[in-house]
Design a protein around this ligand. Structure first.
Ligand SMILES: [Zn+2]
Length: 147
């Protein structure tokens, strides 16, 4: 049980507290920082879990990356990939849907691909989700080379 950011050893309570709150292992300092980021940006905890899942797989993403117009849940700038977590997938209104589509359109114009991942997928299939993102990154890398 060590902090995913600084490798500091976590005691039982700290570990439990962090897992209950965020679902990832963070020390007090990094947990506080993460909670602040989440509150500021209304980041779904699943984005945090996916961020660390990707990190474990060797992918350096950016959490709540500001692209000039909006904050992206996770951006992997190396392959120009934006990942958005759909927190309330089943409650999507048509206004939200058209906003999402417009955001995706703007990202494409900037050369970024946007994928949307339902939060339940991260809860239940984190490994598979990470593996699929790795595959998408491979594909994007290949396309960038062709261009
Ligand atoms: Zn730490």
């Amino acid at each position: 049980m060590t902090c995913l950011e600084c490798n500091k050893t976590l005691d039982y309570l700290r570990h439990k507290n962090s897992m209950d709150l965020l679902g990832v292992e963070l020390c007090e300092q990094h947990q506080t920082r993460m909670v602040k980021l989440i509150r500021t940006n209304e980041t779904p905890v699943e984005a945090v879990q996916l961020y660390y899942g990707l990190k474990e797989a060797g992918v350096k993403g950016m959490l709540e990356w500001w692209d000039g117009k909006k904050s992206v849940d996770i951006a992997i700038s190396r392959v120009k990939l934006n990942i958005e977590i759909d927190a309330e997938y089943h409650m999507l209104t048509h206004e939200q849907a058209i906003n999402d589509l417009e955001r995706t359109m703007h990202s494409f114009k900037n050369g970024f691909t946007t994928i949307r991942i339902p939060h339940v997928l991260i809860k239940n299939y984190l490994k598979e989700t990470v593996n699929n993102i790795l595959g998408i990154m491979e594909g994007l890398k290949a396309n960038i080379k062709v261009i």
